[in-house]
Write a protein that binds this ligand. Structure first.
Ligand SMILES: [Zn+2]
Length: 75
């Protein structure tokens, strides 16, 4: 039994939690969020989304801390 539902992990933004309207084609290796503009490896993004869902990264999505410092995404 998976701890984290795998659906949409390649569509959700790990930065702001927004969900892309369309899944990325497999050929596209970079996830770019249309909501906050974050651009990162799709694998890293989906892994991050899963961590957030598992509760291992409380500073992530869900919009609970909108003013959190940006990690790997320097302004
Ligand atoms: Zn975003």
């Amino acid at each position: 039994m998976p701890l984290v539902h795998p659906a949409h992990t390649t569509m959700d933004c790990a930065g702001c939690g927004a969900r892309a309207k369309h899944a990325l084609p497999l050929s596209q290796r970079t996830y770019t969020c249309t909501a906050c503009g974050v651009s990162r490896s799709r694998d890293k993004n989906s892994a991050h989304v899963m961590l957030v869902r598992a509760g291992l990264y409380p500073g992530g999505a869900q919009g609970v801390r909108p003013d959190r410092p940006q990690g790997e995404q320097a302004a």
